[in-house]
Design a protein around this ligand. Structure first.
Ligand code: 5GP
Length: 241
């Protein structure tokens, strides 16, 4: 499959047309940004890891009945995906307090919630991705009530699959961000990526952060952390796939 015209360049990925109007190629970059683009840098090898990890996790989710945009891994950085109309929401699921939750509500990081939480923010860089609730989503015409219900159902199902997978790798899934899209027939599928850029992943024994917070918080060891989490995933899937 050949790359056609570049359609879009985001912070971490480029998107290309293909000879098929219903398919796109996503190409993962090593560029990293944080705090709405204020902090910029490069994480060597990140694009390869995020591509392969996201694809492996989407294949796992598909096996569990969650529809995704994933079609085929083309190379270490490139993946064929179904073209979707992105629902402009960041869907965030949390199992443990961290990040903006800890900041907003004045609590320490690491509180294990009795049940997972979900929140939406409006995917809009100019506005700084403001939080919104289901009424706001409908008022702005971003998604219908049925779509919101399905997105919530998928998000919690995805949490159960990913929590249990990462737990089997000795990793605690703290929280993560999902994006969904609409196929031409209107059905909702998981889109974007699932990677250390979009999830908080802590070593279950030591609590060591194995995700993008090392970059966001200038903790050092960023590349090593990405390689370590990828090795854990590969060791697990090598044994079972
Ligand atoms: P928080 O709201 O605590 O900053 O982030 C919650 C979770 O969602 C974290 O796992 C974080 O990686 C992910 N997340 C939230 N917003 C974004 C975003 O704009 N980009 C990326 N890559 N991840 C995000």
């Amino acid at each position: 499959m050949e790359k056609g015209a570049q359609l879009y360049e985001g912070k971490a990925k480029k998107v290309y047309a293909t000879e098929y109007p219903e398919l796109l190629i996503v190409s993962y970059k090593d560029d990293a940004t944080a705090f709405n683009g204020v902090k910029r840098g490069t994480i060597a090898g990140k694009g390869v890891i995020n591509n392969r990890m996201s694809n492996a996790l989407m294949r796992l989710l598909e096996k569990q009945g969650i529809p995704t945009h994933y079609v085929q891994e083309l190379s270490e950085r490139d993946t064929l995906v179904k073209k979707v109309e992105i629902v402009p929401l960041e869907v965030i699921v949390r199992n443990i307090s961290a990040g903006s939750f800890a900041k907003h509500y004045g609590v320490e990081e690491g509180i294990v919630f009795p049940e997972a939480t979900i929140e939406f923010s409006y995917k809009n860089d100019a506005l700084g991705d403001p939080l919104l609730n289901a009424y706001h989503v409908r008022a702005l015409g971003l998604a219908s009530a049925d779509e919101i219900a399905l997105i919530k159902q998928y998000a919690f199902q995805i949490n159960e699959v990913l929590k249990s997978f990462w737990s089997s790798c000795g990793v605690t899934l703290v929280d993560f961000k999902l994006e969904f899209g609409r196929l031409p027939d209107g059905s909702i599928v998981l889109a974007d990526e699932i990677s250390p850029d979009t999830c908080r992943l802590w070593d279950s024994e030591t609590g060591k952060k194995l995700d993008k917070d090392r970059f966001r918080r200038d903790m050092g060891g960023v590349e090593d952390a990405y390689r370590e989490i990828m090795t854990r995933l590969e060791q697990k899937l090598g044994a079972s796939e």
